[in-house]
Write a protein that binds this ligand. Structure first.
Ligand code: FAD
Ligand code: MG
Length: 298
């Protein structure tokens, strides 16, 4: 059994920011990471991340790699590549889990495991995720070059995209049987200048060409949709952390200091908020690091 003061599960933006604060407080911290960042699809497409100060337009993997490199300069940090599994609260209150055959026991645990996106089952959409299909207008709307934008409805949240995206271009909302606006919603969407298409989508072709079941093809600069978010890891559930239901999916309930409902367990980043981005993950992570550190001084 490997004993450690602080363990961070998830070594992306939120987990790295948490670990950095603990490292700078000269604490022993183990970061466990499976290397499956939510935005890795952007890296695979050769794309860039937007909106995070001083890193706007950089590859998301480079931002994370720089942060990790700086973190690893601190002598009290240890990195373990792998997936944390089978978490439990031991009878003495320590937090135990396993990475492969290594059993780990931590006094305090920070969960920064993120979420994964469940896309609507539109043929050709998953292949374009992070390349020409996205969910967040603030992250990727600008790159639509104020051109034609396809909104693929996956749920009633499509309404928000239909109302927002005219600020970034000329949107067409493809209802695709996933959302039926009522008269009031339809009037609001139309007033914003968003076109509404009711014919079902057959598939996505090319960069962002929407092929309809009636044979028409509508060429778009890019696409937006509303994935469900699923927690990437069952660690929080295994420990009994209370969760909250957000519009996109479940997330871990935390207080202002990022403490969960389970003693000595903290959570940050996408896993612990209704909707996230890199900036918020870093801020949450820093707060979780402070919270976990303060909680260790009693
Ligand atoms: P993640 O970055 O998802 O990292 C979680 C980490 O935890 C992963 O490395 C994962 O492997 C690890 N992990 C999970 N479970 C375990 C386990 N059991 N054991 C060990 N490790 C585990 N945001 C922006 O600000 N700007 C953008 O331009 C932008 N573009 C995006 C484009 C796309 C296509 C997508 C999907 C998202 C985009 N985002 C963007 C959002 C951004 O990716 C997330 O908000 C951010 O990654 C959240 O950081 P996080 O640290 O909470 O989680
Ligand atoms: Mg997270």
């Amino acid at each position: 059994m490997k004993n450690i003061d602080f363990a961070v599960i998830g070594g992306s933006y939120a987990g790295l920011a948490a670990a950095l604060q603990l490292a700078r407080a000269r604490r022993q911290v183990l970061v466990v990471d499976a290397g499956q960042r939510r935005n890795r699809f952007v890296d695979a497409a050769g794309g860039t991340s937007h909106g995070y100060l001083s890193q706007d337009g950089r590859a998301p993997g480079e931002i994370a790699a720089d942060a990790r490199e700086q973190l690893m300069h601190y002598p009290t940090v240890e990195w373990l590549h792998g997936s944390a599994e089978d978490a439990r609260v031991a009878s003495d209150g320590r937090l135990e889990f396993r990475v492969g055959t290594t059993a780990i026991s931590a006094k305090r645990l920070i969960i920064a495991t993120g979420v994964r996106d469940e896309l609507p089952p539109v043929p050709g959409l998953a292949e374009r995720w992070g390349r020409s299909a996205f969910h967040c207008p603030y992250c990727h709307g600008y790159e639509m070059d104020a051109g034609r934008i396809g909104i693929i409805a996956a749920s009633p949240l499509a309404q928000h995209h239909a109302l927002m995206l005219p600020d970034w271009g000329s949107p067409t909302l493809f209802l695709n049987g996933a959302y039926t606006p009522n008269a009031e919603e339809l009037a609001a969407i139309t007033r914003r200048g968003t076109q509404v298409e009711t014919v079902l989508i057959a598939r996505i072709d090319g960069v962002a060409d929407v092929v309809l079941q009636d044979g028409r093809t509508l060429t778009m600069n890019g696409l937006f949709t509303q994935p469900r978010t699923l927690m990437s890891s069952p660690i929080a559930e295994q420990l009994g952390c209370a969760r909250e239901d957000g519009p996109m999916g479940l997330f871990i309930k935390v207080d202002e200091g990022k403490a969960t409902s389970v003693a000595n367990v903290f959570a940050c980043g996408d896993a612990a908020r209704a909707a996230g981005n890199v900036t918020l993950a870093v801020a949450d992570g820093a707060m979780a690091g402070f919270g976990a550190h303060r909680g260790s001084m009693g």
